[in-house]
Each structure stands twice: as structure tokens, then as C-alpha cells.
Design a protein. Structure first.
Length: 240
């Protein structure tokens, strides 16, 4: 399986290089679309991060094993498993022409934030649950309040896991196309994924766009997993 994925990525990158060599003019529109994708991914992740952190903290440190927490976890798992186009249709309903957001960059960012929020909240909860309770109990025993313990102990120790989740969400935001077509089908400011969908299959534009998306997927996935593997929890220097 890994060999198959490596062969696919290699084929995409090679096709992009060959397309760029034959049609160097295809690079400029692809880079412009990449810039739009970057702004969109950053904005959508920023919109999702605050609610996801709050929900992850509530699940991991406040509600914990309550019946409501179990129900919320089940809802997050179900939402994470939904096809992306479902969020696009929800965005199409919410951001209709009457709302003034239909077809705007903000509507695209909001629908991507809706898509990533359940996943980001679940990963944030897991990162917080990996923090040893002994360190938090030591902080409370030294006179720190619950909020001080969360801010000075829990979040710093879970930061690499949260950052890994953010990195993976950025990669997902770069790659999604269907929900964006639902809320902004005719936008002239198309991100890279939409540009690839619109381009003729055998064009240099499609080859360059696909290779850029493949490189982004590889980079964000590798960075996210590296952060998760390197997120070992060290106690010294935290309780200061």
C-alpha cells in the first residue's frame, strides 16, 4: 500500500514537472491559486481553532465521563465521518444569496471550519488526555487554580499534539473541493483544488495543480505525524 501511494505521488509530481517544462506559463495561475488556498486554509483553521480548543478542554477536563460528554463525543465522531459534501450542502443552506455570503471567500472559509471543527476538537481532547494527571494534581496542590493549571500545565504539555492536529487540518483544507463548489461554484478567486477541478484533465494546468496539491498533502501529513511522534511529555520547566 505504501509503495502504491509513493508511486502515485511520484507520478503526480513527475506529471507536474513535465507539464511545467512544456508549458511554463501554467505556473503563474497555479501559484496564484495556491496563495488563495493558503489564505483560505489559514482563515478556516483559525475560525475552527477557538471553538475546538474550548470543546476539547470541556470534554477532557470538565465533563470527562458524564453522559452529556459521551453524547457529544458520539456526535463529534459522527460528524467527522460525514462526507465533505454534506457540509457543503449545509453551507449552501446557511450562506444563501439572502445572507450576502454566498460565493464569498468568507463562506468558503466558514464551510471548511465547519468541516474541520469536529475532527480538531476530538484531536485536541486526545492531546489533553495524554497529559499526565499527576502533573496537574501537583499544580493544584501547589495552590494553582483550575484555570491556571489548564493554562500553565495542560495546554503547554498538549501543545505539540494540538499543533499536529492544526497541521493536519490545514492539509485537509487545502485538499477539499466539493464543499467549496457548493457555496461558491462560480467564484473567480478559485483556490487550487477548485482550479484543478475546473481544468481539462489532459492540460498542463491540471498537471501542475495536481502536483502542487500532492506536494502540500505530503508536506502537511509528514509535518503533522512528525509533531505527533515528537510530542513526548516532559515535566521539567512546566511548573514554574
Amino acid at each position: 500500500m505504501l509503495l502504491g501511494l509513493a508511486a502515485l505521488l511520484g507520478a503526480l509530481l513527475l506529471a507536474g514537472a513535465l507539464g511545467l517544462r512544456a508549458h511554463p506559463e501554467a505556473l503563474r495561475p497555479a501559484l496564484l491559486a495556491l496563495g488563495r488556498s493558503t489564505r483560505l486554509a489559514l482563515l478556516s483553521t483559525a475560525l475552527a481553532l477557538g471553538p475546538a480548543l474550548a470543546l476539547g478542554l470541556w470534554l477532557a477536563r470538565v465533563a470527562d465521563t458524564s453522559r452529556l460528554a459521551r453524547a457529544v463525543r458520539g456526535a463529534l465522531d459522527a460528524a467527522s465521518a460525514l462526507p465533505a459534501v454534506v457540509f457543503g450542502l449545509a453551507g449552501w443552506t446557511l450562506f444563501s444569496a439572502a445572507s450576502g455570503l454566498h460565493g464569498t471567500a468568507l463562506s468558503m472559509a466558514l464551510v471548511l471550519a465547519m468541516l474541520n471543527l469536529p475532527w480538531l476538537a476530538s484531536l485536541t481532547e486526545r492531546a489533553l488526555q495524554a497529559v499526565p494527571h499527576e502533573l496537574e494534581e501537583a499544580s493544584l496542590a501547589l495552590g494553582a487554580s483550575q484555570s491556571e493549571t489548564i493554562l500553565r500545565v495542560s495546554l503547554p504539555l498538549a501543545s505539540r499534539g494540538v499543533l499536529a492536529a492544526v497541521t493536519l487540518c490545514l492539509g485537509r483544507a487545502f485538499a477539499e473541493c466539493a464543499p467549496l463548489l457548493c457555496v461558491a461554484p462560480d467564484t473567480p478567486e478559485a483556490p487550487l483544488s477548485v482550479m484543478l477541478w475546473r481544468a481539462p484533465t489532459d492540460s498542463a494546468e491540471a498537471a501542475v495543480s495536481a502536483s502542487l496539491l500532492a506536494a502540500l498533502a505530503l508536506a502537511t501529513t509528514a509535518a503533522g505525524h512528525r509533531l505527533r511522534r515528537g510530542g513526548d511529555i516532559r515535566a521539567p520547566g512546566v511548573l514554574r
